[in-house]
Design a protein around this ligand. Structure first.
Ligand code: FAD
Length: 429
């Protein structure tokens, strides 16, 4: 990190992908800035670590979604940050009715229905649930995938918002860590960690941002905190937030998604021969469906995802117990006994995140556009929730940071440069 200026032109709040994108955009425009970050680390929902499992894994974002249109994938190429070049290397298997199947009928149904929801969303802003058949044998699997992809239950998902997402179906896992990539981009930026912003006062000539470490005055502010922080008014605004924006935060809320992961003493599941395993629902055992990444990049770990409202009700112990039972059921007690480490994320419980990612409620997809509007002329929002077609992603968040930086530069009267999203300062990394 570099020296944080005491009188910056712009204050950026939050050092996730969006805040870091904003910082790099401001650097490119020659605008002085300070980033304040509440946590003791950068990256926000982009967080790679190896201490909990003894192997590198990502607690938050892990895939370059829409990788052929993904600015962070392009930056990874530029700076030599490793990722898988082929989607779904290793293929799928599903555990169903007590045995493994190479091709699961429910998988085919899931992908058909996900396409159906997106296609119907082009016609009407209905709920995803209204497009599903509850009596179909694949219902629990499609429900589970909706919960993973949107972090909400299907009844709370706007099909139109799903439709607005630009998906080229190329999703590439980041070998060297997605969080580690975002942290690399933060290198050298003026970031003050462990410093939460508490209040933003806007006047005709500038902003005063009250933080845990005093007040920063600037001409403009970029607010790059999770949507839930704004919905719950964790940062006070004077004057208050416009009602249209409050309405948008209530109706395009963050849902819930957590990961559970275990490590073994060695890659015990190599003979399964797949990269991804669906362990489908077992009603009798009270187990919901789980999608598990098996030994990513040869690491002896399993990573499972759970999403939707039920996840918010579960304690970390509940999640670990549920996953442990699924591992025993699908892979056997001998495999379970070789587990050496277990861990789970706590995104919903995290006081500065409070959820997973945003999705509009049925009938409310149009409100996402409100996030794009300046607040009291001098405050610009950035973050995954702001992007019109890459919402819920890290690369989308980064792009909104770049866009907010260009707007702040314009407000300051600086010439706005043509877009160059992959730009990095010389010697930055
Ligand atoms: C489990 C999970 C899996 C995911 N998988 C993927 C994936 O595979 N691919 C993908 O592209 N995306 C994925 N995502 C989504 C992606 O991680 C997010 O969309 C993206 O990282 C959000 O970036 P952001 O900058 O908008 O917000 P954040 O990363 O949340 O950053 C916001 C920052 O603001 C800080 N902050 C909050 N309040 C304050 C305050 N008052 N003052 C100062 N700082 C504050 C926070 O501490 C945080 O660091 C996943 C998310 C989750 C939770």
């Amino acid at each position: 990190m570099s020296q944080v200026p005491s009188n910056p032109d712009v204050v950026v709040i939050g050092a996730g992908a969006a805040g870091i994108g904003a910082g790099i955009g401001l650097l490119r425009h020659g605008v002085s800035f300070a980033i304040v970050e509440a946590k003791q680390r950068v990256g926000g929902r982009a967080y790679s670590e190896s201490s909990s499992l003894g192997h590198l894994w990502d607690q938050g974002c892990h895939w370059f979604h829409t990788a052929d249109r993904n600015v962070l994938r392009a930056i990874a190429d530029k700076i030599g940050h490793g990722y898988r070049k082929e989607p779904y290397e290793g293929g799928f298997k599903a555990f169903q009715d007590g045995r493994w199947e190479d091709v699961s009928v429910d998988d085919a149904y899931v992908w058909t229905m996900l396409e159906h929801i997106a296609a119907e969303g082009a016609k009407a802003d209905v709920s995803a649930e209204s497009l599903l058949d509850r009596s179909h044998p694949g219902y629990s699997a499609i429900r589970h995938w909706c919960q993973l992809m949107q972090s909400h239950d299907p009844e709370d998902i706007s099909a139109k918002d799903v439709n607005s997402y630009l998906d080229t179906h190329i999703n590439l896992a980041v070998r060297d860590g997605y969080g580690a990539l975002v942290a690399r981009l933060a290198n050298g930026l003026p970031i003050r960690l462990d410093t939460a912003a508490r209040r933003i006062a806007v006047t005709g000539s500038g902003v005063a941002v009250e933080t845990d470490a005093g007040t920063l005055r600037a001409a403009a502010c970029i607010v790059a905190v999770p949507a839930r922080m704004m919905e719950r008014e964790r940062i006070a605004f004077a004057p208050g937030l416009p009602p249209a924006l409050q309405d948008a935060f209530s109706n395009v809320p963050m849902g819930h998604c957590e990961k559970v992961a275990v490590a073994f003493d060695a890659p015990v599941l190599s003979e399964l021969g797949v990269g991804y395993a669906d362990v489908l629902e077992d009603k009798a055992a009270g187990l919901p469906p789980l999608n598990i990444e098996v030994h990513p990049f040869g690491r002896p770990i399993l990573v499972a995802h759970m999403g939707g409202s039920a996840v918010a009700e579960m304690t970390p112990e509940d999640r670990l117990d549920l996953f442990g039972r699924a591992v025993t059921r699908a892979f056997g007690a001998d495999v379970s006994r070789r587990i050496t480490h277990r861990t789970t994320t706590s995104w919903t419980a995290d006081p500065f995140i409070n959820g997973a990612y945003s999705c509009a409620k049925p009938g409310k997809a149009h409100l996402r556009a409100v996030f794009d509007e300046p607040v009291h002329d001098r405050v610009f929002l950035a973050g995954e929730h702001v992007h019109r077609y890459f919402h819920a992603t890290a690369h989308g968040a980064y792009e909104t940071g770049l866009a907010a930086a260009a707007r702040a530069a314009r407000l300051l009267g600086r010439p706005v440069l043509a877009d160059e999203p992959e730009w990095l300062p010389p010697n930055h990394l």
